[in-house]
Design a protein around this ligand. Sequence first.
Ligand code: FPP
Length: 251
Amino acid sequence: MSLEPVTLQQLPTDLISDLLPQHVAVIMDGNGRWAKNQGKPRIVGHQKGVDTLKDLLRCCKDWGIPALTAYAFSTENWGRPRGEVQFLMTLFERVLRRELQEMKEENVKIRFVGNLEDLPTSLRQEIDRSMEDTKNNQGTQFTVATNYGGRHEIIQACQAIAKKVEQGYLKANQVNEDLFEQHLYTQGIPHPDLLIRTSGEMRISNFLLWQVAYAEIYVTSTLWPDFDRTEFHKALATYQQRDRRFGKVKS
Ligand code: FPP
C-alpha cells in the first residue's frame, strides 16, 4: 500500500470520500505496553493516549467522518490497581476541563455512554457540563464509553422494557429491534461501520455488543499511543476494500 508522505491534513487521495465509514469506534489498547517499552510507568501511556485520541477526533473532522466513539473505561477496568484507576478518573476530568472550550469551538458534540452514576462526582459534573455545553453542536459526534459494558447496557435496556411491560405501557409483542435500541445508552447514535482495535488483541471486550453486529473489524498490532493518521489511513483503506454484504449476497 502506498501512503502519501504528507502530513495528512486532508483526506488522502486514494480514499473515496463517499465510501468512508460514517461512524468509527475504537478500542484504544496498548497504552501500558507502550509506556513499558519506553521504560516509563503505565500512566505515561494513558497520557500519550489522550493526544492520540485528540488527533483522531480532529482527523475525523478533517477527513469528513461524522462520528467517533472511544472506549475509555470498561466496567471491568475497576479491577486495575487502585492508583491507575484513580489516575484515569482524574485524567478524564482534567482532559474534559482542558479541552471543552476547543471542542465547543470545533463544533464537536460530546456524549458519554455507560453507567455514569458510579463515577466520581467531580467527574460526573464535568461530563454533564461537557454534554450540556455541546448538545446543539452539529459537527463531529464524539461518544466516550466510560464505565461502559456491553452486557450491562443490554441488561439495563431489558430491565427498562420489562418495567414498561409490567406497568402496562407496552405489550411484550411490541418489543422489537427499534424499541430495544431506544433503551440503549447509544440511543440516537448510528451503529459503527468500522471498529478498530489497537495492540493486536482479537477481542471485542464487551464493547458495543449490540451495535457492532455488522461493523467491519480492523485489528492492528500498533499500540494505541502510536496510532496516528498514517495508521488511520491504513485502517480506512482496508475498510474500503471490504465487501459489506450485511448477510445478503452480492448484487
Ligand atoms: C487501554 O490500554 C487503555 C485504557 C484502559 C485507557 C484509555 C484511556 C485514554 C486513552 C484516555 C481517554 C481520555 C478521555 C478524556 C476520553 P491498556 O492500559 O490496557 O494497555 P495494555 O494492554 O498495554 O496494558
